[in-house]
Design a protein around this ligand. Structure first.
Ligand code: ADP
Ligand code: GLC
Length: 489
């Protein structure tokens, strides 16, 4: 099967969150499952810098007159001797993509005013490739990720002429980011007026890229089974739950997996001491090194709670702020790495000043520090309000840092709460709390602290977590089954 993957980010070249981790791992995982995969990406500076042997293969013009060139080349993939470089198509449109900093926002963190144009170009590039732009390789199916790639689903459906339709699969990584634009911009999208209606991409009088994906894709997937159910409810459907319910036969939840070439404490090149479920001496050394590096008091008695996160409302960080005193009173330490909303950044920075030596905060984005954090951490905090899948709790599991999570989305699908029954049958992997309240979160902290004071039980829970299988084999099989159902109905 020839599959074109479409995303705005890809690890290791460009990453703002978990989407990039998944987009970076999928090509190899699907390749191992027998697919012939290529990726299509916007020509952001970081992507162009990682593209080798680039050759122009064609160009097309957008409705506002801008000509977009498509380059073909190879991307340096994750450093792994067994890994082939990724075949990639990249949009070369400097006017649209060659801007410094964040791929979606300007220096003041405002979304770029022409985002609809930038990601419409990405959608049309996919449709052009699906209809022969590269004479040497034509995908049989296009798989787009998140709203940036969603317009491709509409472009495929509205491709002019009566030629064979190329099917599209659309994966929702986060329904909260929808790509909404004013109706007056519709002319820039290059779609027939018929697309701007309720049975199309119109959403309460606006253009919705997310809705284009959900309405026009032949199959929809999202990144965990629980989130697939949650987005069909009015609480978590962001107004799109009706459409998702109508399409429930085409919707499935495929749990994210982890790239073992990047996230494996036995081999991780970014940590100083390696370890695995049977050999944990390295983890204790990682913890001491992390405490030292972060300015925390060094010692193994204090459980080290950590957060690696975008600082947004989704992630439940005001619970973390509210629980600081309980944690420190319970003898624990807290380390936070994150960036995002200014008020949250400020609140954590202020807290760190008040509790020097016990609470450390680094504001910013630091991929390598994240590896050192998981390796030295005892508890990974992910108390999200909602969480499509979540990867940090899985990295926590694999690195022997017990996740403390709320029972929502993929968090509920990946962590087994330590209670009397799961401790007894040794299936517990972390601490899970139910409702999004300070009281429930605080109670979860108390349970984590109490478990830490029982070293044998703690060690067993940690072992069970580290032995979980989050490899790509199963997820890749599920995606290929979705493709297969469309290609050989
Ligand atoms: P989301 O995609 O909603 O941000 P995920 O848990 O799926 O959440 O993925 C987050 C990814 O981004 C993980 O790989 C995590 O390690 C990484 N990450 C988040 N914030 C930071 C940061 N400040 N520094 C380094 N890595 C970060
Ligand atoms: C999104 C979600 C996160 C998920 C990630 C990768 O950013 O917020 O829960 O793990 O995408 O699918």
């Amino acid at each position: 099967m020839r599959i074109l993957q479409l995303s705005a980010e890809i690890f290791p070249l460009l990453k703002t969150g978990g989407l990039a981790d998944i987009a970076g791992a999928l090509p190899a995982a699907l390749g191992a499952a027998g697919c012939d995969v290529r990726v299509l990406l916007p020509g952001f500076p970081a992507i162009l810098a990682g593209l080798h042997d680039a050759m122009p293969i064609g160009r097309f013009t957008m409705p506002w007159g801008e000509s977009v060139q498509v380059l073909a080349g190879r991307l340096s993939a994750v450093p792994d001797a067994a890994r082939q470089p990724i075949h990639a198509y990249v949009l070369h449109a400097p006017g649209l993509f060659e801007r410094p900093g964040n791929p979606y926002e300007d220096a003041q963190r405002r979304p770029y005013a022409d985002n609809h144009r930038r990601f419409a170009a990405l959608g049309w590039a996919a449709a052009h490739l699906a209809h022969g732009l590269d004479a040497n390789w034509t995908p049989q199916l296009v798989h787009g990720h998140d709203w940036h790639a969603a317009l491709a689903m509409a472009c495929l459906k509205h491709w002019p002429g009566g030629v064979k339709r190329v099917p599209g699969v659309y994966t929702v990584h986060n329904l909260a980011y929808q790509g909404l634009f004013e109706a007056r911009l519709f002319g820039d999208l290059g779609l027939p007026t018929a697309a701007f209606q309720v049975d199309g991409l119109e959403f309460h009088g606006q253009i919705s890229f997310m809705k284009a994906g959900l309405f026009y894709a032949d199959k929809i997937t999202t990144v965990s089974p629980t989130y697939a159910r949650e987005i069909q409810t009015s609480e978590q459907g962001f107004g799109l739950d009706g459409l998702l319910r109508a399409r429930h036969n085409d919707l499935s939840g495929i749990l994210n997996a982890v790239d073992a070439a990047v996230w494996n404490p036995a081999l991780d090149v970014h940590i100083a001491h390696h370890f695995d479920a049977g050999h944990l001496a390295g983890k204790a050394r990682c913890k001491a090194a992390l405490q030292q590096e972060s300015g925390l008091e060094i010692g193994k008695d204090a459980p080290l709670f950590t957060v690696v996160s975008r600082l947004t409302d989704q992630k439940g960080l005001h619970l973390v702020l509210a629980g600081i005193d309980d944690l420190l009173r319970g003898g624990a330490q807290l380390l936070v790495l994150g960036s995002g909303e200014r008020e949250l950044e400020q609140a954590f920075a202020d807290a760190a000043q008040r509790h020097e030596g016990r609470l450390a905060v680094r504001i910013g984005y630091d991929e390598l520090f994240a590896h050192r954090i998981f390796s030295g951490s005892d508890v990974t905090l992910v108390p999200s309000r909602f969480e499509p899948c979540g990867l940090t709790q899985i990295y926590g599991l694999l690195y022997g840092s017990l996740p403390l999570v709320r029972a929502v989305g993929g968090l509920a699908d990946t962590v087994v709460d330590a209670d009397l029954a799961t401790l007894a049958d040794q299936t517990a992997t972390g601490i899970v709390f139910a409702s999004f309240t300070e009281a429930d979160y605080r109670h979860a902290l108390r349970r984590a602290l109490a478990l830490y004071r029982q070293p044998r039980a703690w060690a067993r829970v940690r072992q069970t977590g580290m032995r979980q299988d989050f490899s790509w084999t199963q997820a890749a099989r599920r995606y290929t089954a979705v493709y297969q159902a469309l290609l050989d109905p």
